[in-house]
Design a binder for this molecule. Structure first.
Ligand code: HEC
Ligand code: HEC
Ligand code: HEC
Ligand code: HEC
Ligand code: HEC
Length: 267
């Protein structure tokens, strides 16, 4: 129990540190005794290192001991339960294992049709995301190979379709804001808004409730349209300013030319 609480605290600390400081690659790949010893092994104990190296977790400084516990600095006691080592989780324990850090997702998953079927043929986190080679998510995770293992793909396709338009909308707006920012234009408020809508959207999936996904997507799209409105309004004023700027420069040139001609007539 105490161990569980400590792991949760350690996990939260790791998240705060990684999200707050965005660690350098050097920190993310910091050598530990876990990596040192396991990298030298082949098969089921060595393979996790190879897969983990290119994962989103490695990129964010989440190492073996952050998930599995244990002492990353003390070779003889590294895998001692007294140092918080959890071992490899059994299938039914996986949601709680990942939920050490992904707390909200664990709650939503457990309440869903998938979570209710945990241990009775339902998918766990690693069925869809993998365990060591986990990558940043995209809608491609919903595909025929993964989602037709247990039921018809039709249901999966329907939920994917409901999410696809919203995803495209988010990507488009992100690209447009990125371009304006590149030109030194103040976009922070709009980016914050997009960030919160993107989070809202990414959290939708684990309920696996197509009706709710559709309703929520409509709400998210409404908010996204407000950012679209801002972008259009901005493009308009930007164009007008450019036009006004052009007229001002043109007038100045014309004045200079007239002055020059005038001087000439006096010479
Ligand atoms: C000195 C070498 C060495 C070090 C250090 C080491 N391991 Fe291991 N680890 C092993 C070997 C060997 C096995 C396989 C043993 C077995 O199957 O009983 C193993 C097994 C495991 C397993 C699978 C356990 C299971 O239940 O199947 C996990 C998870 C693991 N190690 C994680 C870690 C973590 C995390 C650390 C660092 C905190 C670590 N190891 C440090 C050698 C090491
Ligand atoms: C994001 C969390 C996470 C990280 C980080 C992680 N693991 Fe694991 N690991 C798991 C899960 C979940 C399982 C059990 C499910 C499975 O085998 O797919 C597992 C299983 C294992 C096993 C047992 C494999 C088997 O086939 O029996 C070993 C060994 C292991 N991990 C070692 C490591 C080592 C070494 C690292 C660091 C390079 C590491 N893990 C990093 C989540 C993680
Ligand atoms: C049935 C497949 C499936 C299961 C089971 C599943 N996920 Fe996901 N997960 C997805 C899909 C699909 C997405 C992303 C969809 C999108 O937003 O593009 C996702 C998104 C995520 C994200 C990114 C969310 C964000 O806010 O950016 C995380 C983290 C995540 N899942 C972790 C978990 C964890 C932890 C569990 C177990 C408690 C789990 N997933 C169970 C399919 C699954
Ligand atoms: C020790 C804390 C910790 C544990 C345990 C953990 N994660 Fe993560 N996870 C993170 C952090 C930190 C990130 C990177 C932050 C981010 O970009 O969202 C991340 C990112 C992810 C992403 C990509 C999110 C995205 O935005 O695309 C997925 C998917 C994911 N984790 C799934 C899992 C799964 C599945 C497990 C269990 C096998 C797990 N995580 C265990 C901390 C953890
Ligand atoms: C390991 C088996 C398994 C996998 C893999 C799986 N599912 Fe499921 N799914 C279930 C079970 C079990 C249920 C609940 C019982 C039922 O409704 O058939 C379910 C139900 C659903 C439902 C209906 C939920 C509801 O409330 O009516 C949707 C939608 C769904 N899954 C989507 C997906 C998607 C999308 C994927 C792939 C990313 C996927 N599933 C992968 C086992 C699985």
């Amino acid at each position: 129990m105490i161990n569980g609480v400590m792991m949760t605290l350690a996990g939260m600390l790791v998240i705060v540190i990684t999200l707050g400081l965005s660690p350098s690659a050097a920190y993310a790949q910091a050598e530990t005794v876990c990596i040192e010893c396991h990298a030298a092994q082949t098969g089921r104990t060595g393979e996790p290192v190879r897969q983990w190296q290119t994962s989103i977790h490695a990129e964010n400084g989440i190492s073996c001991h952050n998930c599995h516990g244990g002492d990353p600095k003390d070779t003889p006691n590294a895998m001692s339960p007294a140092r918080g080592f959890l071992g490899a989780p059994k299938e039914a324990d996986i949601p709680a294992f990942c939920g050490q850090c992904h707390v909200g997702i664990k709650v939503e998953y457990l309440a869903s049709a998938h979570g209710k079927a945990l241990g009775r043929g339902g998918p766990t986190c690693v069925t869809c995301h993998g365990s060591h080679g986990i990558k940043r998510v995209t809608l491609d995770i919903i595909n025929e190979k993964t989602c037709s293992q247990c039921h018809s793909y039709e249901r999966a396709a329907e939920i994917k379709e409901a999410m696809r338009l919203t995803e495209r909308h988010i990507t488009d707006i992100g690209a447009q804001l990125g371009k304006l920012k590149g030109k030194g234009i103040e976009t922070e408020a709009q980016e914050k808004k997009l960030f919160s809508e993107r989070n809202r959207y990414h959290r939708l999936f684990h309920d696996v409730d197509t009706g709710r996904v559709k309703a929520e997507s409509a709400g998210i799209n409404k908010e996204l349209e407000k950012i679209d409105g801002w972008l259009t309004g901005f493009a308009d004023t930007f164009y007008k300013r450019k036009l006004a700027g052009g007229i001002a420069v043109g007038s100045a040139l014309l004045a200079a030319l007239l002055f020059h001609l005038l001087m000439k007539t006096y010479e």
